[in-house]
Design a protein around this ligand. Structure first.
Ligand code: M6R
Length: 602
């Protein structure tokens, strides 16, 4: 959510900033801006909408030689996505970009206004630059003024600030929002993720929360509190394999097709013939663990909920699931001997990260299931299992979901194997099914074409209900989330058995029910629920391996002998259905309105 880039060096500063922002654009695309400082003068450009608008605006700007620059792509939190609210925000002689939320900005703003400071934006960010300049007026010392500024603000932030009166320096601070430093041969970067650094910097410094300091053409000084910190450098991959659509219409479509390969990667050296190996977990990591608490947001929460059925059924271990934003504020009771597992694609989701910190503070052992190595969540947890999905660009999560469910299934089997909850024969049967997931996830062209053709019947109506039972209920939730976030149509996921307790009142021909019917789990119960809806003339699209006499439409999946194989096959069906409906409705599938890939504000 929002992206930050900073640059100091003699290469093409504009190119460095814009290319960096391009890598981050999927994190926020309401507006973008940059500021370049050369010889004590700062040029600023801002544009509303996608990054291309900023590229057009800066077309004639051609800075040469040594320069300092900061840039930002925004997902609006305070104030509309206008040019005035776009970053960088300015004072009289300094400029700031910021990710996160300054929680006490209102009181700071009021006291600055009382002192005669004029604000022009509605953002919380603008307060940083005025606060800095007001401390500078008192102290006459920029470094001290920045330190006082950081001391005065509350909330979550990653901040870069430049000042014409200082020159050649970027002040920075990080708390609760990601920020790292990249170093190349004769240039240095800041970025809010690895992506802009890869291919242009050899190593990265991952800043810890509470870090602040400055970088100039000679030096990087990092402090936590008053203490100087010696930075730990980690090597970065040498080449940026820029994600390309490779002939697909959208990244989301490409990522749906990539699931087969991604899950294959996830399983490599973990699902062996008769045994599950999770080398990332140290010997004894699970000793004493009596129950599990899974915590996540959005699609990652749906992966968690899906797996809760597996943990209890296969590993016989009590499992609870939590939505991170709810968990944080309800004074939860964390049990001793409970393993706290967070699930996140990005590893930067603010609510999930804070929930993880809470669990750590209360003494729980923690595990992250994450797609991004070195992300805040991977680093914060006691141990991490990487999902190996590869970069996911589409805002609508697809391959992250299937790889998360795979890792969680692996973990359930690993626990069952260690505790003896499954006998050797059942364990081998599970692993055998698991190793067939990549082939089940391979998209058949005729299936995709069928869904594409069918999608034209599902562009109107007064809503969608995705229904399922057991494992297929969380998948129904995921189907509804996929559809609503990229098509802007109203959709709900519901446990099929609950429809008669209220929602069935909505049933009529304009209510589209998408029924996920497993042959292996509760088939008869599910069929009864579906018939209740058909009896009320709801339009019914069945996703099933068997024909259902009265369904209006059927997307036929292969007959599988394991419910999870049906689960993964249906996963691709609901994803493709959402994709094709959205394409027909003409939305921006990869960057749907109001959303961002990584939600780093609460
Ligand atoms: O990066 P995370 O997995 O922590 O993100 C959690 C959610 O923000 C994310 O899954 C979101 O719901 C997606 N847009 C769903 O497609």
């Amino acid at each position: 959510m929002c992206g930050i880039v900073g640059y100091i060096g003699s290469n093409n500063v504009k190119k460095a900033l814009l290319e960096g922002l391009k890598e981050l654009e999927y994190r926020g695309y309401d507006s973008a801006g940059l500021a370049v400082m050369q010889e004590g003068r700062i040029d600023v450009f801002k544009a509303v909408g996608k990054l291309n608008n900023l590229v057009d605006k800066t077309a004639a700007f051609d800075p040469k030689g040594f320069a300092v620059g900061i840039a930002h792509t925004r997902w609006a939190t305070h104030g509309k996505p206008t040019e005035i609210n776009a970053h960088p925000h300015r004072g009289d002689h300094s400029f700031v970009v910021h990710n996160g939320i300054i929680e006490n900005y209102k009181s700071l703003k009021d006291s600055l206004i009382e002192k005669g400071v004029r604000f022009i934006s509605q953002t919380d960010t603008e307060v940083i630059v005025h606060l800095y300049e007001s401390f500078l007026a008192q102290t006459k010392e920029a470094f001290r003024a920045f330190e006082l500024t950081i001391g005065a603000i509350e909330g979550a932030y990653a901040i870069l600030l430049i000042d014409e009166t200082v020159g050649k320096t970027i002040f920075f601070a990080k708390k609760g929002s990601p920020l790292q430093i990249g170093e190349g041969t004769s240039w240095r970067y800041f970025a809010s993720s690895d992506a802009p650094l890869i291919g242009v910097c050899e190593s990265a410094i991952y800043l810890d929360d509470g870090s602040w300091g400055y970088m100039n053409d000679r030096d990087i000084k990092i402090f936590v509190g008053n203490a100087t910190v010696s930075p730990q450098k980690k090597p970065l991959p040498l080449t940026r394999s820029a994600a390309q659509k490779e002939g697909f219409r959208f990244f989301m479509e490409k990522e749906i097709y990539e699931q087969s390969r991604a899950v294959g990667e996830t399983l490599t050296s973990r699902a062996l013939a008769n045994v599950v190996r999770l080398d990332e977990l140290q010997e004894g990591f699970l000793d004493g663990v009596e129950s599990l608490r899974l915590c996540a947001c959005g699609t990652s929460y749906h992966a968690a909920l899906s797996s809760s059925y597996l943990f209890e059924r296969l590993a016989k271990i009590e499992t609870r699931c939590e939505i991170a934003s709810e968990f944080r504020y309800r004074d939860p009771i964390l049990r001793k001997n409970e393993l706290f597992i967070v699930i996140s694609q990005s590893g930067e989701t603010a609510d999930t990260l804070e929930a993880l910190k809470m669990a750590k503070r209360s003494g729980s052992k923690t595990l992250a299931i994450c797609n991004v190595d070195n992300s805040s969540i991977s680093r914060e947890a006691d141990a991490a299992l990487l999902t190996r999905a590869g970069v996911e660009k589409g805002v609508a999560s697809t391959k992250a979901f299937s790889t998360q469910v795979t890792v969680l299934w692996l973990l359930a089997l690993y626990i069952a194997q260690n505790s003896g909850a499954l006998n050797a024969e059942d364990l081998a049967r599970e692993i055998n099914a698991m190793r067939r997931v990549p082939s089940v996830l391979a998209i058949k062209p005729e299936r995709h074409e069928h869904i594409r053709r069918l999608s034209k019947r599902y562009l109107h109506g007064h809503g969608f209900f995705f229904i399922g039972r057991d494992l297929f209920y969380p998948l129904a939730l995921e189907g509804a989330l996929k559809l609503k976030e990229i098509s802007y149509l109203h959709a709900e996921g519901y446990p099929a058995g609950e429809m008669k307790h209220g929602p069935i009142a909505l049933a009529d021909p304009e209510l589209f029910t998408i029924a996920l019917i497993s042959k292996n789990l509760l088939k008869d119960k599910m069929q009864s629920n579906v018939e209740e809806l058909i009896a009320r003339d709801s339009t019914l699209l069945a996703i099933s391996s068997e024909r259902l006499a009265l369904a209006d439409d059927l997307i036929e999946i292969d007959e599988q002998d394991h419910p999870l194989l049906e689960f993964f096959e249906m996963t691709t069906v609901i994803q493709l259905l959402a994709l094709e409906i959205a394409i027909r409705l003409g939305t921006d599938v990869d960057m749907p309105r109001n959303l961002a890939k990584s939600v780093t504000v609460e």
